[in-house]
Design a protein around this ligand. Structure first.
Ligand code: NAD
Length: 535
């Protein structure tokens, strides 16, 4: 990991504070992190026990929870003021004190996000006073999660084993060079995860947040490089530096085997080696192409995604699907290659043409439909893509990360992310990838999928009405002209998601209740397409 003058911050002001519910493993994480940084971990529960000279369970029994919380607040506030405290683990309930919460905003809080089953198993076994009644335990978890989330700078999902690289990635946030607006969400995938740094100013901090590959090479969308190339080079100068950039023309035609060959040859001529890393700067096109090149270059080098469109920031930069199109069908040649890191800076969207922003909004609506509430509610109340999108971008990318964590290789749950895409891909292919932006095709595809969901699964028609209003309100198409339905159906048959010769659709029973691989009769599909075509 990057070295900073002070083991943690350079100034010693910001501490790394481990937060989370009972059983999330805060003390263990603090000791791992402190060891890696060469400092002593401090633990508020241990300090309370030392101060009162008795175990916490006894304090609860003798004095009650209220008195315990008062001791806890005093100890934690002292601890956060101590100059020698660099890595601190707090008791799970410390966040209930408004005084503690106010002070936590000065530090880098790392929230260990444990599921309730694992938390109960661990906490119940160790006879914690608040882990005796299961219902109360669940209610407490639900109450505290929003508190942890509200102060967290890093969110690390906890499975049976903690991924220690996640702690290294979180520790980088303590550098003074990283603005407090940048958060880290750890993406879990089998065999090791990766950090997603998200927030305004993340691009400028790219060099400090860099933790992979000896040297950095880049593949960049030509137009985006013109806008942000200098900024990126400056940022990387404080990290690995930038050896060479290969720019590629904007547009879907760039996602081709021919272009991939040109990029691979350019990287070879530039002397890129297996110990180096490739950075992808641009939207989904540059990201998919660069990811593909990284996956196959010398049988695989790490790729760091720096997404610059809304589509890429909410969707394509995460999850490791990389590839190019064939003349016959979209995304037909590709591999899974998870990023080594993603750096998502919503500020980059300020230069995005309105039409591209709108196209990305279709993916936001899709994610809201898949996730259901609260995200679906957030998307509906957001209304317009003109609003600040930072919060919704983070929520959407977390939905994607959670789905991919369950099904990296697209064998089950991940198919849900294709809501609206069976039709969208067919429409794009049938119009030679020139008729509709991907997001526009997704907008129409969502309406087709929702119409089919009404027919097949009884989805309430008000959902399609709400979606159509959102799309229309953001200048997205809710009807289409162009290729005959038989052409679109033929393209669908080629779609790689087909099963047993019939197209498998992703449909909804309700927002948040997704059914994948649903077979639908051709006549029903044809009727839904015709209905959506005319609006
Ligand atoms: N891998 C995945 O999981 C996944 C998921 C969804 C979509 N995709 C793919 O993503 C592609 C679409 O990506 P996209 O919608 O990002 O389009 P894109 O990459 O083509 O970018 C759209 C346009 O915006 C410009 N641009 C990009 N960032 C800019 C910025 N910050 N300021 C100004 N202009 C900017 C580009 O030059 C381009 O002209 C499709 O090929 C689709 O298949 C992949």
């Amino acid at each position: 990991m990057a070295q900073v003058s002070d083991p943690v911050t350079g100034t010693g002001r910001r501490k790394l504070v481990l937060l989370g519910f009972m059983g999330s493993g805060k003390s263990h994480a603090a000791s791992v992190l402190a060891k890696r940084l060469g400092v002593e971990p401090l633990d508020s529960d241990e300090l309370i026990e030392q101060r009162l000279d008795k175990p916490i369970a006894e304090i609860f029994e003798d004095q009650g929870e209220g008195a315990f919380r008062e001791h806890e607040e005093a100890v934690v506030i002292d601890l956060l003021d101590r100059d020698d405290a660099r890595v601190v683990a707090l008791g799970g309930g410390a966040v209930e004190s408004p005084g503690v919460m106010r002070r936590l905003t000065d530090h880098v809080c790392v929230y260990l996000d444990v599921g309730t089953d694992l938390a109960w198993e661990r906490a119940h076994r160790s006879a914690r006073p608040l882990a005796r009644d299961h219902d109360r335990f669940l209610a407490l978890h639900a109450e505290r999660v929003p508190l942890y989330e509200s102060v967290a700078r890093a969110v690390v999902p906890v499975d049976a084993e903690l991924d220690e690289s996640a702690l290294d990635a979180a520790a980088l946030l303590a550098s003074d060079a990283v603005p407090a607006t940048v958060r880290m969400v750890w993406a879990q995938v089998p065999g090791g995860g990766y950090p997603v740094y998200v927030g305004r100013g993340a691009l400028e901090a790219a060099g400090v947040l860099w933790s992979t590959g000896e040297r950095c090479f880049a593949v960049a969308d030509e137009a985006v490089w013109g806008l942000y190339g200098e900024q990126l080079e400056r940022a990387l100068a404080t990290g690995p530096g930038l050896q060479q950039v290969v720019t590629v023309p904007p547009g879907e035609e760039t996602k081709s085997l021919g272009q991939a060959e040109q990029v691979l040859s350019a990287l070879t001529r530039a002397g890129m080696e297996r110990s180096d890393a490739l950075l992808a700067l641009g939207g989904g096109v540059a990201g998919d192409l660069a990811g593909f090149c990284a996956a196959v270059y010398q049988r695989g080098v790490p790729v760091v995604q720096v997404p610059t469109t809304l589509v890429a920031q909410v969707d394509s930069a995460y999850g490791g699907k990389t590839g190019v199109d064939l003349p016959e069908a979209k995304n037909y040649a590709g591999v899974f290659h998870q990023p080594a890191a993603v750096i998502t800076d919503p500020r980059l969207l300020s230069s995005l043409p309105a039409s591209e922003l709108r196209a990305g909004f279709a993916e936001v609506v899709k994610t809201g439909l898949i996730a259901g509430d609260p995200l679906w509610g957030e998307v509906r109340s957001l209304g317009s893509v003109e609003q600040p999108l930072d919060a919704v971008i983070e929520s959407c990318l977390r939905v994607k990360l959670a789905v991919v964590a369950r099904d990296e290789r697209d064998r089950g749950a991940r198919a849900s992310l294709n809501l609206g895409h069976t039709f969208a891909h067919a429409l794009e292919a049938a119009t030679g990838y020139a008729g509709y932006r991907h997001g526009e095709a997704v907008a129409i595809g969502l309406l087709v999928a929702l119409r089919l969901s009404e027919h097949e699964l009884g989805l309430d028609a008000s959902v399609r009405e709400a979606v159509a209003a959102l799309l229309r309100g953001n200048g997205l198409p809710v009807a289409f002209e162009g290729p005959p339905t038989s052409d679109v159906l033929a393209r669908m048959a080629l779609d790689k998601k087909r099963s047993g010769g019939r197209v498998g659709f992703v449909l909804l029973r309700a927002p948040g209740d997704v059914v994948t691989h649903q077979e639908v009769d051709d006549a029903v599909v044809r009727a839904a397409i015709e209905e959506v075509r005319t609006g």
